[in-house]
Design a protein. Structure first.
Length: 233
């Protein structure tokens, strides 16, 4: 990794906003509107348990340094309406669009895949010159999480899932994430994690235990407040 990382570079990653008290908003100020964001859980079968692609935020970041996270970040304006290699499957689109218009639902998928290549070098789709054509059909929906109102930086983050066999390329970081690699569930839990990341790992473990045909029928779940698991129906 390079040392030329901006101190707050990548602060848009939605995982771990609960780790720093300095992110609390000033008393008497209005709650910040959550930014739409997406994280991608790329996973593969390990020898004994699933392994997930994760990385550690650079130690020089002022915002949650040295924390293990999934690739992810906020939705950019450019994520809307771009061409894709494939579209979201109907069940995934329906889950993403449950609390978002269809255009945003699609942009969330694009953002997750864009952040994957930016932060890990891995491609879920194709590149045509500098343009990314996202393979949206490979995405499953897991859940969402909304940062508490008292935080100065807030996200309405959707957590998406993709199988490792749909991804190609070699892992190489951009400098935002160090120690990029495949972490077993046990190894991930032993690392420095934000509380919400730990809860998402629990949610993923329930997801992966189901038959593939049943995964999209899971109850809709949102984490609110101090990572309280609630129905999102």
């Amino acid at each position: 990794m390079t040392d030329a990382v901006k101190p707050d570079g990548g602060a848009d990653n939605p995982g771990g906003a609960d780790l720093r008290r300095s992110t609390a908003r000033a008393p008497g100020t209005r709650a910040v509107r959550p930014r739409h964001a997406a994280s991608l859980i790329v996973w593969r079968k390990g020898s004994g348990e699933p392994e997930i692609l994760m990385g550690v935020r650079h130690a020089k970041h002022k915002f949650m340094p040295s924390v293990l996270v999934f690739p992810g970040g906020r939705v950019d304006r450019a994520d809307h309406g771009v061409k894709a290699l494939s579209e979201l499957r109907p069940e995934t689109l329906a889950l993403l669009a449950h609390r978002a218009p269809p255009s945003l639902a699609r942009a969330l998928g694009v953002a997750a895949i864009r952040e994957l290549i930016e932060e890990t070098g891995l491609l879920l789709g194709e590149k045509q010159g500098d343009r990314l054509l996202a393979d949206l059909s490979s995405l499953d929906y897991l859940c969402r999480a909304v940062t508490p109102p008292m935080r100065a930086m807030r996200f309405n983050a959707r957590f998406l899932v993709a199988p490792a066999e749909a991804v190609r390329g070699e892992i190489h970081g951009s400098g935002e994430l160090e120690k990029l690699g495949w972490y077993s569930l046990s190894a991930a839990r032993e690392a420095l994690l934000a509380d919400i990341t730990r809860r998402i790992l629990e949610e993923f473990e329930q997801y992966v235990a189901l038959a593939p045909s049943e995964r999209h029928r899971r109850p809709k779940i949102v984490f609110r407040g101090n990572d309280n698991r609630m129905s999102d129906e």
